[in-house]
Design a binder for this molecule. Structure first.
Ligand code: SF4
Length: 288
């Protein structure tokens, strides 16, 4: 595989300004005071300046240590701590303090827990609704490896507006990018979620620029349509840490537009496709 150096410097469309201003500072201080983890910081997301300046952030629950070791991700791997029972209330307070009406919640993989962490997701949603009754949720969950049915049953007690699970890349690249994952298992989770919660939107995201082939990407879109997936996000993979996988290609904005059009043609009702798109980027937008 080629390296970042071989493909050259960041192209101009991938330059991003750092965050600043009153709303950014308020987001930062609220998260810090309440001790809330975000995927924005754990993943070194390039959109942090923009999102936090708009008063939004994606919370990372169940700790900052993951039981898997995906090569595109900068979240630490190891033995996680037990779920923190104070976390649901802290997140609910954050939602109230920041006036959040649409909250994206994600977690590390918790293969050490019987339900993969589903009951903690549920508890966070229920507690937030106590403090902010009108809040809507988008979940971005792990693949619930050995507990898909049980985990989906638990989440049904607090149904989100969007149920997201990321397939991340094409199956040909799983062995190098997502060795602990399984493409079919991920599709199966999306299928089961749609069957169980027909009124909830299902969503997935993929990173481009890892060396995926165009025909494989099209096949992924077909597979996702086959399992009833409603929403698709496509964004440029950017190496989040020195030890993460190298970028193979910087996909141009025009090619992202092309993929957006293809995805819409194939039947996705909501598609966000641009270099800076991430699963939670502008997730609250109803129309794209
Ligand atoms: S795109 Fe998502 S992860 Fe990135 S800064 Fe925005 S809310 Fe956070």
């Amino acid at each position: 595989m080629s390296s970042d150096k071989k493909i050259g410097k960041l192209p101009p469309w991938l330059k991003r300004r750092l965050g600043s201003g009153m709303t950014f500072n308020h987001t930062n201080s609220t998260l810090e005071e309440l001790g809330i983890e975000t995927i924005c910081t754990h993943a070194n997301c390039p959109n942090q300046g923009e999102c936090w300046s708009r008063g939004t952030a994606t919370v990372l629950i169940l700790g900052g240590i993951c039981t898997r070791n995906c090569k595109f991700c900068s979240v630490a791997t190891g033995k996680p701590l037990p779920p923190d029972p104070t976390e649901p209330l802290r997140i609910a307070k954050m939602a109230k303090e920041m006036g959040i009406k649409y909250l994206v919640i994600t977690s590390v993989d918790r293969d050490d827990l019987d339900d993969g962490g589903a009951s903690h997701f549920r508890d966070v949603m229920l507690k937030c609704r106590e403090l902010v009754p009108e809040i809507r949720f988008e979940l971005l969950v792990p693949d619930f490896r050995d507990s898909q049915d049980k985990s989906l049953e638990i989440l049904e007690e607090a149904l989100p507006f969007v149920f997201g699970h990321n397939i991340e890349t094409t199956p040909a690249l799983y062995s190098i990018a997502r060795p602990g994952g399984n493409y079919k298992r991920s599709l199966e989770l999306l299928r089961k979620a749609k069957q169980r919660y027909p009124d909830t939107k299902t969503k997935t995201s993929m990173m481009l620029g890892l060396g995926e082939k165009d025909e494989d990407l099209i096949q992924c879109m077909r597979d996702l349509q086959e399992v009833g997936c409603d929403r698709l996000s496509l964004g440029q993979y950017l190496k989040p840490s020195k030890t993460s996988l190298d970028v193979v290609e910087y996909v141009t904005p025009e090619k992202f537009d092309y993929w957006r059009d293809r995805a819409k043609e194939l039947g996705f009702s909501w598609v966000m496709s641009s270099p800076f798109t991430r699963s939670s980027y502008h997730a609250e937008q109803d129309e794209v």
